[in-house]
Design a protein around this ligand. Sequence first.
Ligand code: S3P
Length: 177
Amino acid sequence: MKQNIYLIGFMGTGKSTVSHKLARLLGYEELDTDAWIVQRQGRSIAEIFEAQGEAAFRDMETALLEELAEGERKIISCGGGMAIREENADLMRKNGIVVLLTAEPETIFDRVKKDNGRPVLNGNMNVEYIRSLLAQRNPYYRAAGEMEIATDGRSPEEIAEKIVKEMKNFKMIEKIF
Ligand code: S3P
């Protein structure tokens, strides 16, 4: 039975903020994969990329998803690259409902431009780069997501309420309650 809600999508699509609101609405526990990896590793994502490379970080993400497969009734806010590995997408769909949050490149840029904690955007903090990386990743995001919600111009409360409503419409909620 599906018991978790996985929030996926590009950096700056509001996964963490929406996760807080959803957790309150549904009474679920929350887990942020980036925060969890940082805590367990005792260093920042930038430091992990620097010391061990991106592939090592991606392995940590997969290992965490495997660990989480045992749990239930969690809202899992995923790092922006989580859905790119097919293995990760399979794990998520098997153990929960995968919700894809989207935003226009301009919106994403606006939300992430002041933050230098994302190594993927280091030296590439501009709308054009975001647009091209997004285009590259979109097929993977869409293949993994079972529901897609555009976040531009919407508050986190609205988005969380829309997710719950859509889950009810599609009878997905029955699988998790
Ligand atoms: C990444 C997104 C980040 C974080 C890491 C890599 C990506 O998470 O996992 O910097 O490749 O898109 P957020 O989407 O929470 O910023």
